[in-house]
Design a protein around this ligand. Structure first.
Ligand SMILES: [Mn+2]
Length: 393
């Protein structure tokens, strides 16, 4: 491989683009060119574009349309805690991400990627993603069930038009309910929610049961049929008898029992049993042990190791079910940008694995290879019949 040629676009100074080689040891000046220009975030009603995007990364115009898009939903109206700071999570994660820059690639589409030097994995290298900013909270619109619907609806519509996946960053966990309810779903289609969480979020409060909240949205999703099944991973802690909830579509893998193999097994079984043709991933940051990430409103100790949770997330995204979206929720916002605790790197690292994994899942279902093997009937279940139009539903 020839290393002494421009590989990554580093920055623009006046009319000149500065590029670097693969090892960032030689730098080059490039003439201005239209395809080198950054693709600006779409102008979506109800969404404020980011001042500075995640990872300081803007895809080039020459890269084609981004297929993975990040959007904040800074909402805390679905939590039971007064003065929760979870609406600030997206801002804090975005600010934390400026320490890990992604540079657009000049030799193929994609970017310079991120190295996880803990295990040698390279993440996000082939991903063309775009930060769309954050939903505006239309507090004045009292008729709106939740105040972020205008922005969410326009983002979902734009994502559908471009066959892109939307990654939402909360906010409290009730946003998962908002997103799933508004994601278009074809008649006869069956969806599974894959949930990493320390809590079961099935709602046990006799008084506040009717309104979907961060602690009961799973029960609402199952009972109103928005999803056919929920696979919960990482549950732990004591519950009283009246706090338990059972539903035929609810599958739980506790923190003590979770392994990547069990996650895959459970998902494949649910896929068969409920004729599942799509999935949605939600990650509640309280799934992480408070020893590694304490910045959540309702921490439960005795959590699994970071590596185990990461491996289970990767495994869940490797199952042959197309994922149509995902979110990360329930982390605190940090007031001062200059004082973000070191543990937020762990939340960002998990997000990088989720973005990487869901894009691999998308590319696999988009690939001609998948079309071939599904036609040959090698895959079982509904995944095999899903090779056309999944993203259109
Ligand atoms: Mn939760």
């Amino acid at each position: 491989m020839n290393y002494s040629e421009p590989a990554y676009l580093v920055r623009r100074i006046g009319d000149t683009w500065i590029a670097a080689d693969k090892t960032f040891s030689q730098f080059y000046e490039l003439e201005p060119e239209h395809k080198l220009e950054p693709r600006i975030s779409p102008d979506l009603p109800g969404v404020e574009p980011p001042e500075v995007p995640f990872f300081l990364y803007e895809p080039r115009i020459g890269d084609g349309v981004p297929k993975l898009c990040i959007m904040g939903i800074p909402y805390s109206g679905g939590t039971s805690l007064v003065h929760s700071s979870v609406s600030g999570l997206v801002h804090t994660l975005r600010t934390e991400s400026y320490k890990k820059v992604l540079y657009p690639s000049l030799q193929q589409s994609g970017n310079s990627g991120l190295y996880d030097i803990g295990n040698g994995t390279r993440l996000l290298e082939d991903v063309i993603m775009q930060d769309w900013g954050s939903c505006l909270m239309d507090g004045a619109d009292a008729s709106a069930e939740v105040p972020y619907t205008r922005g969410l609806d326009s983002a979902l519509e734009h994502a559908r038009e471009h066959q892109a996946l939307l990654c939402c960053l909360g906010g409290d966990h009730s946003i998962t309910h908002g997103v799933l309810q508004r994601m278009p779903k074809a008649a006869g289609s069956h969806r599974v929610l894959v949930q990493f969480d320390a809590h079961h979020d099935c709602g046990i409060d006799a008084i506040h049961q009717e309104h979907p909240s961060h602690s009961n949205f799973v029960r609402h999703l199952l009972e109103d049929g928005t999803v056919d099944a929920v696979v919960q991973i990482g549950l732990r802690g004591l519950r009283s008898a009246d706090q338990m909830y059972r539903h035929p579509g609810l599958v739980q893998i506790s923190a003590e029992q979770m392994t990547p193999e069990k996650v895959k097994e459970a998902l494949l079984e649910v896929q068969q049993r409920y004729d599942i043709d799509s999935a949605y991933l939600t990650f509640d940051l309280d799934c992480l042990d408070p020893g590694s990430f304490p910045y959540v409103d309702f921490p439960i100790g005795g959590g699994p190791t970071w590596q185990n949770i990461r491996n289970c997330v990767v495994a869940a995204l490797e199952v042959p079910i197309p994922y149509l979206g995902m979110d990360m929720v329930e982390g605190h916002g940090v007031e001062r940008d200059g004082h973000i605790p070191g543990q937020y790197e762990l939340a960002l690292r998990m997000l990088a694995y989720m973005l990487d994994g869901i894009d691999r899942n998308r590319r696999w279902f988009d690939s001609p290879v998948y079309g071939d093997i599904s036609h040959a009937g090698i895959l079982t279940g509904t995944a095999a019949s899903m090779n056309t139009g999944t993203k259109e539903t």
